[in-house]
Design a protein around this ligand. Structure first.
Ligand code: IYR
Length: 224
């Protein structure tokens, strides 16, 4: 690799002693295994600074050719949230009534979901993640982005992790087709809605499905 093509900077990393690294990795797992997708939100206010910090965290994700092919729209306006709820429910009604197969609906039964999406109005913030298949340079010429789905998926993972780390909850909501989000938020034509994340505190009486996660031996295969 020719590192002189473009100047590289020295990098040391965190450089933790093994013992410390083991402890931190175990503690981080303990934190992350408590994350759940939550569908019942409180209207308790969330400080804007937290929202800024979690989005900065999402923006630190790796991306194809470092193109950072994402935008994060933050909606707290009540009228706009109501409008988004209304449009999301219209799509979800068609999804549940005709677009989703019987098998798909059976697979979702344990979640107890339907086309009613109250959380869109109750959560103090909605973060709508957009992916950008292409961009524009300063002259307005189209530029290419790479591995956009992978990049935006990773950034969304960072975002969800940051939300949980701040003691907040979210849900990866995809009221598809999501073109209405591009229209209602007046996004440029190179932005495609990717995920809708309600962000807030859980409702006092919130519940989550009783689910278990795959064990390490079901998901990890070591070649030693
Ligand atoms: N988008 C619908 C249906 C739905 C689909 C999947 I895959 C889920 O994991 C959960 C729900 C809804 O939000 O209700």
């Amino acid at each position: 690799m020719d590192m002189n093509k473009n100047k590289h900077l020295p990098f040391k990393g965190l450089n933790l002693p093994a013992e410390e690294a083991i402890k931190r990795s175990a503690e981080f797992f303990e934190l992350m295994r408590q994350r759940r997708s939550v569908r019942f939100f409180s209207d308790r206010a969330v400080p804007r600074q937290i929202i800024d910090n979690i989005i900065k965290t999402a923006g630190s994700a790796p991306s194809g050719a470092h193109k950072q092919p994402w935008s994060f729209c933050v909606v707290s306006n009540k009228q706009l949230k109501s409008k988004i709820r209304d449009l999301a429910e219209k799509e979800e009604k068609i999804n549940y009534e005709s677009r989703m197969s019987e098998r798909w609906k059976e697979d979702l039964e344990f979640l107890g979901t339907d086309n009613i999406k109250e959380f869109i109005e109750i959560a103090p913030y909605l973060i709508i993640v957009f992916r950008k298949p292409y961009d524009f340079d300063e002259k307005g010429n189209k530029t290419q982005n790479y591995y956009v789905n992978e990049s935006v998926g990773i950034a969304s993972g960072f975002l969800i992790t940051a939300i949980h780390n701040a003691g907040l909850v979210t849900l990866t909501h995809t009221p598809s087709p999501m073109g209405f989000l591009e229209e209602v938020l007046n996004r440029p034509k190179n932005e495609k809605a990717y995920l809708l994340l309600p962000v807030g505190y859980p409702a006092e009486n919130a519940t989550v499905p009783n689910l278990t996660r795959k064990k390490i031996n079901e998901i990890a295969f070591y070649y030693e």
